[in-house]
Ligand binder design. Structure first.
Ligand code: CTP
Length: 442
């Protein structure tokens, strides 16, 4: 019985990645390669948590070994290779396997991307962020030669038991300040805290201003992951609170913090993201998360934070203007009589704005928003602008008539196309006889 089978790690993988990993192990065994499972899956397995994706490393001096192995073992799979060291991502229909070749790293300057070189298994484990992420399980006979069932060079298993995140050397956060964001994310997810030494290292990193050197793109990617975690059940407010308490938020952007009033909405947003009422891909989750988090902060700070995190374009505008839009929408929702009026009040809001709005709404408006978004919003009108042109309407009267027809349809007063055309005819007639102003006000 193999060591991995003995400790049950492979059995803990989701079926799709398990069969891919078994294929990889079998080809690696034939080739005499040493393959290990490392990092997150080992940590999560030892904690008894669900293991999502597999993370493998091949012990080989040849940088492209992982790529060759993936191509031979999984000829039909989508394999994406990155960089000189042949880090490979294998995308399977329902799983992901990362396969890398053992490497060492050094950081030319704080916050810069590391320079990577060939290395040993020990180098690869010791270059990592926290001791709990530096555990490895040998999977092939070659990997097991003279090794323990779990390779633990830095007492990672003790940290797992003590629920501690411990960096591996005092300059770790100088090298890669995003590790503080990773610590908050993991801490919130696992209920772990930073070790005393790591807190000291964090204070030194803050003092030395390393957070100013994190690029906008890296910061945005970390924030994306933070709201991704929410989709797997972690309260995003917990991670943001840690970053706030550690003074990391203010170090990333002066004045940035977690305002008390966004804690409960963030928690509600997190619950919504676990089973979102409509498909919510990564960027939409980030946008909704930022909209909720930043809403109580002043407009200038919100704007600066979006720039700092390289959030640009229309999505940045939507996040920046969300608080005003939220106030108007919630007021309209309170006053609206009927589904047509709700549709008119919420029409034009994007999916991320609706998610953020749901996070702020109390139960009655929340039910109304959900009903609007899932039932009414997708409904199509039985007539189009061309039909109204054919009836003699023109200019802004067309848009107004369509809005009126939509409201009547959602309120159940208009059944099908014939009713819609009859109403359009009536609106056109009233307009022609000068009663248009009254119709427009209805
Ligand atoms: N890692 C690191 N420093 C970083 C990013 C990653 O040391 N800035 C290491 C960690 O050891 C981590 C591994 O690379 O375990 C893989 O990274 P990632 O997939 O992001 O981490 P996981 O721990 O697998 O996280 P998750 O559980 O969120 O997938």
């Amino acid at each position: 019985m193999s060591v991995a089978a003995r400790i049950g790690l492979l059995e803990a993988l989701p079926p799709a990645s398990r069969s891919a990993v078994e294929r990889l192990i079998s080809v690696a065994t034939q080739r005499g390669l040493a393959v290990h499972m490392v990092g997150g899956p080992v940590r999560d397995f030892l904690l008894g948590r669900a293991v999502r994706d597999a993370d493998l490393i091949v012990e080989d001096r040849i940088p492209g070994a992982g790529l060759d192995l993936a191509r031979e073992a999984l000829p039909g799979a989508r394999v994406v290779a990155h960089g000189r060291f042949g880090t490979v991502r294998i995308d399977l229909p329902e799983a992901r396997v990362d396969l890398a070749t053992v490497r060492s790293e050094h950081y030319p300057s704080p916050g810069a991307l590391p320079i990577v070189a060939a290395g040993t298994l020990d180098d690869d484990l010791l270059r990592r962020d926290f001791a709990v992420n530096a555990l490895a399980v040998p999977l092939t006979p070659r990997a097991r030669e003279g090794r323990a069932a779990i390779i633990d060079l830095v007492k990672g298993q003790e940290d797992l038991a003590a629920k501690t995140l411990r960096i591996l050397h005092p300059r770790s956060l100088h090298d890669d300040p995003t590790r503080a964001l990773r610590a908050a994310r993991l801490g919130a997810r696992l209920g772990f805290s930073l070790s005393r030494g790591s807190r000291v290292a964090l204070r030194d990193a803050l003092r030395d201003g390393v957070f100013g050197r994190v690029s906008g793109d890296r910061l945005r990617r970390e924030l994306e992951k933070l709201f991704d975690d929410a989709a797997h059940g972690t309260d995003p407010a917990l991670a943001l609170r840690m970053l706030d308490e550690w003074h990391v938020l203010a170090a990333l952007e002066p004045g940035l913090r977690l305002h008390r009033s966004s804690v409960a909405p963030l928690r509600r947003l997190g619950r919504l993201l676990v089973s979102p009422p409509w498909p919510s891909p990564r960027l939409r989750r980030l946008a909704a998360g930022l909209a909720v988090w930043l809403a109580p902060l002043d407009a200038g700070l919100r704007q600066r934070t979006l720039q700092r995190a390289a959030v640009r374009g229309e999505v940045a505008v939507r996040i920046a203007t969300f608080p005003r839009l939220r106030d108007v929408a919630l007021r309209e929702l309170g006053k609206a009589r009927g589904r047509g009026a709700i549709d008119a009040g919420l029409g034009g809001l994007g999916d991320e704005e609706l998610l953020a709005l749901l996070a702020f709404a109390v139960p009655t408006p929340r039910r109304r928003i959900l009903r609007y978004a899932t039932e009414d919003r997708p409904r199509r009108l039985p007539v189009a602008g061309d039909d109204l042109v054919a009836l003699g309407l023109s200019g802004p009267a067309i848009g107004k008539a369509l809005a009126r027809i939509r409201a009547e349809m959602l309120d159940g007063r208009l059944r099908g196309r014939d009713d819609a055309l009859a109403l359009a005819r009536e609106l056109g007639r009233r307009r022609a006889t000068g009663a248009g102003r009254r119709v427009q006000r209805v």
